[in-house]
Design a protein around this ligand. Structure first.
Ligand code: 5GP
Length: 114
């Protein structure tokens, strides 16, 4: 798949405010935060979108969600709650085609989303 801005962040070609890293996952603060806490959890092995994920990606997708949940717990965000979002393709509002989980917290979220 085509390289993206997130690929450049993973390779440290461009800076980001990294808050978590393990063998498979990198997490960094969103440049344009939509909540007091807005962190992106990105797999180091790129998948363009959720629509392109394959059965063989199940473990990686699980790790992404568990990393976001563990971070929220460690940061004391879980009791009040938070939202995780994966935007997919145009109508989903996806702008960076390297699959990522948004973790939004620190304010009450609204439903339905815009
Ligand atoms: P999407 O719209 O694809 O679901 O989410 C992409 C997110 O990446 C957006 O919330 C946007 O603010 C964020 N973003 C885009 N470029 C950069 C960047 O260079 N650095 C960081 N930290 N976030 C970015």
């Amino acid at each position: 798949m085509a390289d993206t801005i997130f690929g450049k962040i993973i390779r440290r070609d461009i800076p980001a405010d990294i808050v978590y890293e393990d063998e498979d996952v990198l997490a960094f603060r969103d440049l344009n935060p939509q909540a007091p806490v807005h962190v992106l959890f990105v797999p180091k092995r790129a998948i363009a979108s959720l629509d392109e994920a394959q059965p063989g990606d199940a473990e990686l997708l699980g790790k992404l969600l568990l990393a976001a949940a563990a971070y929220a717990r460690e940061q004391g965000l879980a009791k009040d709650g938070y939202r995780t979002v994966i935007n997919c393709n145009e109508h989903g509002g996806q702008t960076v085609f390297h699959l990522h989980v948004h973790l939004l917290a620190g304010r009450r979220m609204h439903w339905p989303p815009g």
